[in-house]
Design a protein around this ligand. Structure first.
Ligand code: KG4
Ligand code: ZN
Length: 345
């Protein structure tokens, strides 16, 4: 092995996916994700069940990731794990595992901010694909967050816009629930929207200052609309599912881009990325291409497996922190709320 190679084991357990990845320099050797389907029956993630499933999954997932990477665990230089933000009971599992592994293997551990991880997924090697140049803007849209991030360097980021209530992923999931889809409904809205008319129904859009977002009004607007229609036709949802999904998806995308375009114009930034679970949405990906062309942006869209929660993004963030000697010690505790600002200072 080349002396300069850095091998990082990444661990992600912030919500309901248990993931382990092995990174060599900027190349992912393996990225395994154990999804917890148990939450589907409850209409959302149940924290107690999530932490228990992480506890059951973590060892097999790490084992498999190391095997698949074709390395021995002695070759790992450091273990990077998600410290936050996320569900406390879920974070504790990954953090405790990282502490044990770090002690057992006598290697450093690196406490990664999950939201920085989503952004830095863009720095994983992907053949033929350029990486964004600094400064760039990243729209991070997930189940827990909606952020317009000004990325000045790998570990220097500023959140210039955020949601004042629901996240974009929550808007998808809550709308999906109203339509009778299981959790998480975002991907199902995406699927049905492909066959629907996005202009068929109109839903309210928020009027919020600056670069901030609000999505709670949209849910209410969909709810009242459906209640009214169902009174007249009990089969309304079934008969109009595709058009409803297309219209809801298009409304969320319009809301997201209004502020994103404003931010890029104001700051005169032409490199624009998307990240987070909702960046897997096909309508959002197409809109970024189309609007990007009009605005003269160079756009960056993550590979599908690096959109939703994964340990590859934690490992790549770990690599940048490793190079700066940013290590955690055994007293490090997970944190449910964790700002991405000020980490690289
Ligand atoms: O980043 P992520 O895996 O977890 C969090 O950190 O929250 O994001 C999960 C969110 C869920 O709300 C899910 O419905 C949404 O991403 N999502 C999608 C799609 N795939 C995942 N939303 C719309 N369209 C999709 N294709
Ligand atoms: Zn996430």
């Amino acid at each position: 092995m080349n002396q300069k190679d850095i091998i990082i084991l990444g661990i992600e357990s912030s919500c309901d996916d248990t993931s382990a990845a092995v990174l060599k320099n900027s190349t992912i050797l393996s990225n395994l994700i154990a999804r917890q389907e148990i939450h589907e029956n409850y209409g959302g993630v149940v924290p107690e069940l999530a932490s228990r499933a992480h506890q059951q999954n973590i060892i097999p997932v790490v084992d498999e990731a190391i095997k698949k990477a074709g390395i021995s665990k002695e070759e790992i230089d450091a273990i990077a794990f998600t410290r936050g933000p996320g569900l406390m009971g879920s974070l504790v599992v990954g953090t405790s595992f990282a502490k044990a592994f770090s002690l057992a293997m006598d290697i450093p551990m690196i406490d990664v901010n999950h939201m920085i991880g989503h952004v830095l997924a863009h720095f994983i090697d992907d053949e033929g694909k350029d990486k964004p140049q600094f400064p760039f803007i990243c729209l991070t849209v997930s189940g827990g967050h909606t952020q317009i991030v000004l990325v000045e360097d790998h570990l220097k980021m500023k959140v210039i816009g955020t949601t004042i209530d629901d996240a974009a992923g929550e808007a998808f999931d809550k709308a999906a629930k109203l339509l009778g889809f299981p959790y998480p409904g975002g991907p199902l809205i995406d699927k049905h929207a492909k066959n629907g008319d996005p202009k068929r129904f109109e839903f309210s859009k928020p009027q919020i200052q600056g670069y901030d977002y609000s999505f709670s009004g949209l849910k209410t607007s969909i709810l009242y609309f459906l209640q009214k229609q169902i009174k007249e036709n009990p089969n309304f949802i079934e008969e109009n599912k595709d058009d409803l999904c297309a219209s809801i998806q298009s409304t969320i995308i319009t809301i997201l881009f209004k502020k994103l375009v404003k931010a890029t114009r104001d700051l005169n930034i032409k490199e624009v990325a998307i990240a987070g679970g909702v960046s897997a949405n096909s309508g959002l990906r197409t809109a970024l291409q189309e609007i990007g062309e009009k605005e003269g942006w160079k756009v960056f869209i993550p590979k599908f497996e690096y959109c939703t929660d994964n340990a590859a993004m934690i490992a790549i963030t770990g690599k940048y922190m490793y190079k700066k000697g940013m290590f955690a010690d055994q007293t490090c505790a997970p944190t449910a709320r964790y700002s991405m600002e000020g980490i690289g200072d």
